[in-house]
Design a protein around this ligand. Structure first.
Ligand SMILES: *Cc1c(COP(=O)(O)O)cnc(C)c1O
Length: 394
């Protein structure tokens, strides 16, 4: 008998644990009939703002809208440049394009895969209006450095926190570190709904007020439209699901960190680069991404035994037909191009068992031992010590 398949994420397993509560919460919305901007939305906005340690949360339809509306609400538009990381999900770039501004793509720091502050500095021009750092894979970006650059040049900072629900940077929550932050509640995110959902969090009352109008046809009083808004409301049924799940988020993130630790202990001696952790951050491992020259062989070997893995991201933004002629690229993006061929995301979700993790590690070990094909792509040990002088690398 072969072992059970291992999923990349396991939404059904999580639903089975919470079924009674989720079903009841959804039925409550059906009973009340307040499907649009109902009480579940208001309740979620209040608790998610408190969770993120900020004043306001405005629920919107998805993460892309959250980013777009946050930028628009802060005044980003045609003629502006917005600095974003080159290795991120395409939504980060599309949100800038939708405001009419131009995305400026900046390479990552090889230690963390997050936008490299030194290269942000070199990408600033007279047109630069904002920086959108992404807390990629759930690891907080270097927000102190980014904040100082923004302050020195009078720039806005909008966090793309779509992969970082609950992560902490120097004790503070991701989402509370810039002028505003955008979250996605896409089902596979660390906090996911059962359909699309998004939210903007901010301490800026003017921005929050603008967002509440903008998401609802520019209206805060029925039939009166003060700004040419859009329709981008968080759905009451989705908010009800999120209300049930939010109290479990810290627990789930803790389990994700335990999965990451187990992977590290089982894989550290192999010729693959494992994620390194910056000093004084609490990542939430939305993804567990390794780098290896044997990526395609490992991906195939896992697939052969029904273990799902992924690539984030196989086609960089500057190679996408939708974006390549619409972005500014101040410096060549060689790392990002190489990463597209070498990155591999291993199964990562709170429901993974130690047995699952051991099976994944065993397949990687066998494949790398059989072929001997891989070479170390960056020195995990050197990076860990640079980021955290007290790091113990076995
Ligand atoms: C998921 C994601 C988004 C977009 O979220 P949607 O809800 O799918 O629109 C934006 N940025 C990043 C980094 C993401 O991972």
């Amino acid at each position: 008998m072969t072992a059970a398949p291992i999923r990349f994420v396991d939404l059904q397993a999580q639903y089975r644990c919470l079924k009674a509560k989720i079903d009841a919460a959804i039925l409550d919305v059906l009973d009340r009939g307040d499907f649009i901007l109902g009480s579940a939305v208001t309740a979620f906005e209040t608790s998610f703002a408190a969770y993120c340690e900020v004043e306001h949360c405005v629920g919107v339809a998805n993460g892309l809208d959250a980013l777009t509306l946050a930028l628009q609400g802060l005044g980003v538009g045609a003629g502006d440049e917005v600095i974003i990381p080159s290795n991120t999900f395409i939504a980060t770039a599309l949100s800038v394009l939708r405001t009419g501004a131009t995305p400026v793509l900046v390479e990552y720091d090889p230690a963390t895969y997050n936008i490299d502050p030194a290269r942000i500095e070199r990408a600033i021009t007279g047109k630069t209006k904002a920086i959108v750092p992404v807390h990629l894979y759930g690891q907080p970006a270097d927000m102190d450095a980014i904040g100082s650059i923004a302050l020195a040049h009078g720039l806005l900072v909008v966090e793309d926190a779509a992969q970082a629900h609950g992560a902490r940077y120097h004790q503070r929550r991701c989402g509370s570190l810039g002028h505003a932050a955008a979250f996605s509640f896409y089902p596979g995110k660390n906090l996911g709904a059962y359909g699309d959902g998004g939210g903007v969090v901010t301490n800026d009352p003017k921005l929050a007020k603008w967002l509440r109008q903008a998401r609802n046809y520019g209206s805060s009083i029925k039939h009166r439209h003060d700004i040419p808004g859009t329709n981008s409301r968080l759905d009451s049924v989705q908010a009800a699901v999120l209300n049930v799940k939010l109290p479990y988020l810290d627990q789930w993130n803790e389990l994700r960190r335990a999965v990451a630790t187990a992977y590290h202990e089982l894989l550290w001696d192999l010729p693959i680069a494992l994620p390194a952790q910056a000093t004084d951050v609490e990542p939430v491992f939305h993804l567990y991404v390794v780098q290896t020259t044997a990526r395609d062989a490992l991906h195939a070997a896992l697939n052969d035994v029904e273990i799902q893995s992924g690539v984030h991201y196989p086609i960089p933004i500057h190679r996408q037909p939708a974006c390549r002629d619409r972005c500014v690229i101040p410096e060549p993006l060689e790392q990002t191009d190489t990463a597209a061929e070498r990155l591999l995301s291993l199964p990562m979700h709170p429901e993974l068992s130690l047995g699952d993790i051991e099976r994944v590690a065993e397949v990687l070990r066998q494949q790398l031992t059989n072929t001997g094909a891989a070479t170390r792509t960056n020195d995990t040990e050197e990076i860990a010590v640079r980021l955290n002088p007290r790091a113990v690398v076995a």
